[in-house]
Design a protein around this ligand. Structure first.
Ligand code: ADP
Ligand code: MG
Length: 339
């Protein structure tokens, strides 16, 4: 592993009284990169972020930030900012005071404080709300204050732990774009924890998918989508997830193999079919309709049709797909390449 990246996690492990947090976490992050730590609840995302932040000390491994070994350095010295799910705003301070708090502690001159605060409110669209208390703000506005605070800190590295999970879907979308824009405008390096694959896939340059305290796969969103290294990745990434079929159900494959196929690669068979399925549900989404299909030897089969499509629940559908669009996994769920 090269040790020249902006952030290096080198074989990090953390346990509490024998209980696993994370193990064998090795990861490199380039300056200016947007990295998402993705995975189901309890897989070790927050632990990894807290270790990086200095809120926890690893039992093993090293952490390097910007060329400095920070493994045993306290959080305050690591030169980074953090944004959490709970906004952690001071309820008795106004928006402006909340944003300037850290600078005040660091004795930044008042003129500079005010300038930086105004600039951050500009960027986050909070102008006019300077004097409000957090209790008089919406959830989205509070999260923007937390973002503004991270911006004025002016740190190159910003760590975010599920910052949008308290917001409703529409707002989440809007703030997601704000964060992404901020990151590219300011050239920040962001490590962003989320359990939401859509969030990770739409925002990140690099996605780190975790499972049971370990890294399962690291790659660009396209790589995770089009070349999942395990069945776990195949089922975690993408909406709908990749369908998994027992090899025995398909000509040309064996019972030892598991075959994956994406919804957009499945079509209704006009002559030769590969499987006969039963329609279980019809989900109309506007531009397309997802048809859920059941088959004894498959999981998660979905047919994606343009526009509004009606298929009666319980009806039989013959489907097919091309060999070149199939992903093959061994009995341990590992990708077999080339197949
Ligand atoms: P995630 O953020 O992915 O949901 P966490 O990193 O919070 O997961 O937790 C990973 C594992 O470590 C979980 O099994 C959790 O119970 C455990 N864990 C986290 N923090 C502590 C702690 N302070 N003491 C004991 N176990 C912990
Ligand atoms: Mg967490």
């Amino acid at each position: 592993m090269s040790k020249n990246a902006f952030v290096v996690l080198d074989n990090i492990g953390k346990r509490w009284k024998g209980q696993l947090g994370v193990e064998h976490i090795s990861l490199e992050i380039e300056e200016g990169e947007f990295v998402a730590l993705l995975g189901p609840s309890g897989c070790g995302k927050s632990t990894t972020l807290r270790l990086l932040a200095g809120l926890e000390v690893p039992d093993e491994g090293r952490i390097i930030i910007d060329g400095t070994d920070v493994t045993s350095m306290p959080a305050a010295k690591r030169n980074l900012s953090m944004v959490f799910q709970s906004y952690a705003l001071f309820p008795h301070l106004s928006v402006a005071e909340n944003v300037m708090f850290g600078m005040k502690v660091r004795r930044v001159p008042k003129k500079e404080r005010l300038e930086k605060m105004q600039n951050a409110l500009d960027i986050t669209g909070l102008h006019g709300l300077e004097d409000r208390k957090p209790s008089a703000l919406s959830g989205g506005q509070r999260q923007r204050v937390a973002l503004a605070r991270a911006i004025v800190a002016g740190r190159k590295l910003c760590l975010m732990d599920e910052p949008l999970s308290n917001l409703d879907a529409k707002l989440r979308n809007a703030v997601r774009k704000d964060i992404k824009k901020l990151q590219s405008d300011l050239g920040m390096t962001i490590v962003y924890v989320t359990h939401d694959q859509t969030e990770a896939m739409s925002m990140a340059d690099k996605v780190v998918l975790m499972k049971d305290g370990r890294i399962e796969q690291v790659g660009s969103p396209e790589q995770l989508y089009s070349e999942p290294t395990t069945t776990f990745v195949a089922e975690f990434v993408g909406a709908p997830p990749m369908a998994l079929i027992q090899g025995a159900a398909l000509d040309g494959f064996t019972h030892l193999q598991t075959i994956g196929v994406r919804a957009e690669k499945i079509r209704v068979a006009t002559n030769n079919h590969r499987m006969t399925c039963t329609v279980t549900d019809c989900e109309f989404l506007g531009a397309e309709t997802f048809i859920g299909l059941a088959h004894e030897q498959a999981n998660g089969l979905t047919l994606k049709l343009d526009g509004k499509a009606d298929m009666k629940i319980g009806m039989q559908v013959k489907i097919t797909f091309d060999d070149q669009d199939l992903h093959v996994f061994d009995p341990a769920g590992q990708r077999v390449d080339p197949r």
